[in-house]
Design a protein around this ligand. Sequence first.
Ligand SMILES: C[S@@+](CC[C@H](N)C(=O)[O-])C[C@H]1O[C@@H](n2cnc3c(N)ncnc32)[C@H](O)[C@@H]1O
Length: 313
Amino acid sequence: MNPDAQHIPVMLEEVVENLSPQSGGIYVDGTFGGGSYSQAILSAAQCHVVGIDRDPDAIKRGQGLVQKYQNRLSLIPGNFGDIKTLLEEQKIYQVDGLVLDIGVSSFQIDEAERGFSFQKNGPLDMRMSREGESAADVVNNMSQEDIAHILWKYGEEKKSRKIARAIVEDRKEKKFETTFELANLVRSVLKGGEKDPATRTFQALRIYVNKELEELERALEAAEEILRPGGTLVVVTFHSLEDRIVKNFLKTKSGGDANPSRHVPEIENKTSISFKLPSKKAIIVGADEAQKNPRSRSAKMRVAIKVGDIKAI
Ligand SMILES: C[S@@+](CC[C@H](N)C(=O)[O-])C[C@H]1O[C@@H](n2cnc3c(N)ncnc32)[C@H](O)[C@@H]1O
C-alpha cells in the first residue's frame, strides 16, 4: 500500500446533505474506500457509522479512523451485496441511511500491483477483494465468444469480437500476465479515437471480475429491507450501466414501472411502493467540482427515502 496515496471524494457535500445524519442514528457507508464519506457523516452528528469494503487494503487503511472515532465507527470487510447479513452479524437490523459510491477508488487505480489501470504496468488482476477469478484468468481461459460477450455487455465495446479474436490468437503464443500486454494488444487492434482504445476493455473486465452490476442489484434489494421508514438511500454512480440499474430500481419501487408489460393484467403489474424520490432526476456534479476533480465529471447521484410498506393501486 502506498502511504501517500489519496482518493478525492465525489459529491461529498451533497452526500452528507441528503443523508442528513442525526445524533444517535446508524449510517452505513457501503463503499468505505478512503473513508471520506464516513468521516464527514461522523462529523455531521453524534452518530454511528458502519463502513463496509470488500478490499482488505481499505479496511486496513481505515483502522486509524476506527481509533480516532472511538466506538462510533466499525469497519466490516465484505461485499455490499451481503449488507443485510453483514449487519445482522453485528446485531443491526435497521439503519437510518445507506450510501454507496460505486466503482473503484484512486487507491486501487493508482497502485500498479492491483492491475486496474492500463496506464500502469502490473499483474492483470483487477480483483477488489483479491479473491476469485482475475482478469488474467478471464482472458487466458475463457472462450472467444465469452470474452466478446463480456467486452460488449460490460464495456459497450463495438469491436468486441475483433478484440476477442486477437486475444485468443495472441494467447496461443504466450498467456497474458500484465496490464501493458493486454492494453497494447487492444491498442494494436483499435487505432485512434479520443480515449485510450483500451478503456472499454479494462472497464468491462473490471466489472465482470468483480460482478459489479450484480452486487449493485443485490445491495439495492437489501437497502429496501434494512432502511427504517424515513431512512435515506444515496447512490453515486460513474457510468450509464450502473445508473440505469439504480434509476430503474427506484422507478419501480416508487410506483412507476421501469419496464411495464402490456401482457400482464394491470393489477399484477404493480409492485409495492417502498421508496419515495425527492427528485426523479439524478444530481450531477457542479462545475467547480468537475474542474477540480476530473474523475467526478461522469458522477450521478440518486436519492430515495424509504417509506412504510404501501401497496400501489
Ligand atoms: C469509489 S470508492 C469509495 C470511496 C469513498 N466514498 C471515499 O470517500 O473514500 C469505492 C470503494 O468501494 C469498494 N467496493 C466496490 N464494490 C464493492 C462491493 N460490492 N462491496 C464492498 N465494497 C465495494 C471498493 O473496494 C472501493 O474501495
